[in-house]
Design a protein around this ligand. Structure first.
Ligand SMILES: C[S@@+](CC[C@H](N)C(=O)[O-])C[C@H]1O[C@@H](n2cnc3c(N)ncnc32)[C@H](O)[C@@H]1O
Length: 477
């Protein structure tokens, strides 16, 4: 973001802070992504809950609020009145057994139940929930339907939308579902317009130059990347690099994969074939064979899924097409653990230099990405922290915090805990954009005044539906 734009945002925030006041509760608070967005827009946090003790400590240091622990042990009456409830709750499946007995039975025992109980008692006018993109498809859409029905039965109108920070100028692709609810009606609410595409953002905007506290790459990591680099350099310039994931162990393998699970293929047939890197399976027992084929061939009981069959076939054809070139390379990659024998080259058409890109060791293999498709932060282990190839180092926690738009957060958890918490957090910019559209739905007189005097004992709704422009003016007057 340019300096002028930053000034404008700061100015807007100041104006809103001076004029607006609303109270919010921050459930499943983590690092406080919702907290930061809501306070930027003039909100005051009246309650937070986070089960992790270390995160509660960090929350207190950053926001001077003592968060409660496990939400299941909090009585709804202990949560003060508020205007906005925020929650990035864990996606727990709701019980099928409850379906026959009713919604309550399906949801009781999940943490979503605790959210519902607080809403039932406190009836904040607004709700915002966040979850993984898959949430709306979970259990064939039933999980989302239950959440929606629960909120609707309490009088909220509900809607959801998928956003990623890269759509708002932040260099992280992180698709998440945001659900919003407003008592009575969402009339006048519009989801924010996306502002940027991934090609418009670059990870360089969040990086420091050679930060001294950055983790260094291990010898093994460097060697593994050099081995893949060598393969790319050996390749004729005119030959396209694979756009499918390279699975080194499939080169020379011939075990059957396209009909059924290995466990259901006759042993004699498997024994005629070859496992990882072409190791003969002749005379081996099933147990021995399972150790000699790739882990992706052992997973699952039924036939291989289509995508897996496709990747295996593509790798084997690729090997046969470039046998001469790959054969001398194969023993080099074979020396590494299986997760380092897989690589995804997501830079088709670009310079074939691994060290110019952003790299990440995922459980599924090494990912090489362009600087403008920066990796999605996950709750990472040490080795999964994104690598800045051209500086041959891991990203720092501070830089990852910027990917979550948590630039102004003073304290982070120590060590790897920071990366884990950041991988679980909600992006502040995305929430701020949504709240910027949602908060105007609050009435001129919010449910609760900032000094704690309860102004309006009912749901906070005047019952009068104002046009959007008037609502904005009223909410921020
Ligand atoms: C997906 S993360 C939400 C992170 C948060 N939105 C942020 O910006 O950092 C879910 C959080 O809920 C916390 N949590 C899980 N179960 C909980 C419970 N029963 N009570 C309170 N917090 C809980 C986890 O420790 C985790 O920090």
């Amino acid at each position: 973001m340019g300096e002028a734009a930053c000034r404008e945002v700061a100015q807007t925030r100041r104006v809103k802070q001076e004029r607006t006041t609303f109270r919010f509760a921050d459930l499943f608070a983590g690092l406080g992504g919702f907290h930061q967005a809501a306070t930027h827009l003039g909100g005051e946090c009246v309650f937070a809950s986070e089960i992790d003790e270390d995160l509660r400590e960090v929350y207190q240091k950053n926001f001077n609020i003592k968060a409660r622990g496990d939400i299941r042990e909090v009585k709804p009456e202990e949560v003060p009145q508020h205007d906005l409830l925020c929650a990035g709750f864990p996606c727990q499946p709701f019980s099928k057994a409850g379906e026959q007995m009713g919604w309550d039975d399906a949801v009781r025992g999940t943490v979503f139940w605790n959210i519902v109980e607080i809403l039932r008692l406190r009836r904040p006018q607004l709700v915002i929930l966040e979850n993984v993109a898959h949430f709306v498809r979970h259990d064939a859409g039933n999980t989302y339907q239950k959440v929606k029905q629960a909120l609707e039965s309490l009088g909220y109108e509900v809607d959801y939308h998928q956003f990623s920070p890269h759509q708002f100028g932040v260099p992280q692709i992180r698709e998440r579902i945001y659900m919003v609810g407003c008592l009575d009606s969402l009339d006048g609410f519009n989801w924010p317009e996306v502002e940027t595409e991934s090609k418009d953002v670059s990870i360089t905007s969040v990086l420091d130059k050679n930060p001294p506290d950055a983790g260094k790459l291990s010898k093994q990591v460097i060697q593994c990347l050099e081995v893949f680099q060598q393969l790319f350099e050996w390749f004729p310039k005119k030959t396209k690099l694979p756009s499918f994931p390279i699975w080194g162990m499939e080169f020379k393998a011939t075990y059957p994969y396209d009909r059924d699970a290995l466990s259901r293929v006759p042993l004699g047939e498997i024994q005629k074939s070859r496992g990882c890197f072409g190791v003969p399976l002749k005379g081996k027992s099933r147990e021995e064979i399972y150790k000699l084929v790739p882990s992706h061939a052992r997973a699952g009981r039924g036939a291989f899924p289509h995508w897996k069959k496709l990747f295996i076939r593509q790798n084997r054809e690729f090997y046969l097409g470039h046998k001469k070139l790959i054969d001398p390379w194969l023993p080099k990659i074979q020396a590494f653990p299986p997760s380092l024998q897989k690589l995804e080259w997501n830079c088709q058409g670009e310079v074939r230099d691994i060290w110019q890109y952003v790299l990440q060791f995922r459980a599924s293999g090494v990912r090489i990405k362009r600087v403008n498709t920066s990796p999605s932060l996950v709750a990472m282990t040490t080795t999964q922290v994104p690598i800045i190839g051209w500086e041959r180092r891991y990203m720092t926690a501070r830089e990852c915090a910027r990917l979550q738009s948590m630039n102004d957060m003073k304290h982070l958890p120590g060590g790897i805990a920071a990366f884990k918490a950041l991988g679980n957090a909600v992006n502040v910019t995305v929430v701020e954009k949504i709240l910027g559209e949602l908060l105007p739905l609050l009435n001129a007189k919010p449910l609760v005044s900032v000094n704690g005097v309860h102004r309006n004992g009912d749901s906070g709704s005047s019952g009068i539906k104002l046009p959007r422009s008037q609502k904005v003016a009223a909410a921020f007057a």
